[in-house]
Design a protein around this ligand. Sequence first.
Ligand SMILES: C[S@@+](CC[C@H](N)C(=O)[O-])C[C@H]1O[C@@H](n2cnc3c(N)ncnc32)[C@H](O)[C@@H]1O
Length: 320
Amino acid sequence: MGSAGEYRFFDLTHSSADMHEEVIAGLTHAPKFIAPKYFYDERGSALFEAITRQPEYYLTRIEMGLFEDCLPEVRNLVGEGGCLVEYGSGSSRKIRRLLEMLRPIAHLPLDISRRHLERTAKKLHEDYPQLCVYPVCVDITEAFELPDVVAGQRKLGFFPGSSIGNMEPEHIPSFLRQAAKALGAGGRFLIGVDRKKNVEVLEAAYNDSAGLTAEFNLNILSHLNARLSADFDPGAFRHLAAYNRCAGSVQMHLESLADQSLHIDGHEIQLHRGEAIHTENSYKYDYAEFVALAERGGFRVESSWSDDDAYFTIFLLRAP
Ligand SMILES: C[S@@+](CC[C@H](N)C(=O)[O-])C[C@H]1O[C@@H](n2cnc3c(N)ncnc32)[C@H](O)[C@@H]1O
């Protein structure tokens, strides 16, 4: 580890050629899809942060409320010092509570939204001058190694916001095995998980009355226009979000309002009126369902905290 208060940015992302190939593959697939990681350019990250402050979006409010009971217990179990590794760090609003309670030596925010990551990490570095801050721009769904600068340090993983619900359930065990390797023997992983519940509550959270989730969903098209010289007209689509009970997920789509042709770097893509592009799944889990996934990923549940309505659970997992 470097000297106290060190700041270093690590970029582990691939070229835009990979993005191009992945997006074309999704848009020529039946049914069409765009991976949710492409929501997050700077505007997408800012819109997501605004969504978390909407009255319908209970997830952030409840998760941060659970910190009151959870963090003192985590401090008793884990102790102070070590490194915090934050998966999908976003605005890093939540990490401030952990930094104050757990007083780590280093913080590694991992996120795909480069400019937003750089800005929030620099702000954290200013606000906590003794803390080493090592932002890592990376796709956390792929295999990667943490920077050597934290090799041999005790690590606590933190994956808030039920972002794990955006992964397909069958991919979660391998993601967790990879995280267990990165966090080291006996490493702990604190994960926020949104629970199955009343459909009206779930659907309202993804259809806020201020229309921010709709803007966030449509922004994926503007992001592709900017990054891939595509010619999507966001005004020719509408936001849809509904709970699919069989799948156990809130599914977001962009529905085409007209027959239209789109172009991405020489590729023409046809959409007919009413056809939908799938942009995100947010899986919801019963307690036992998530425990089973964690165990398949090689972790055991050391502790957990849920609100009285069982809307949301924070799990503390431990690797062998
Ligand atoms: C739902 S937001 C959660 C933000 C914050 N952790 C919270 O709890 O409010 C998901 C975050 O993960 C990032 N993200 C999404 N997909 C990613 C991926 N494949 N690799 C790395 N970061 C990703 C986004 O940029 C965004 O900051």
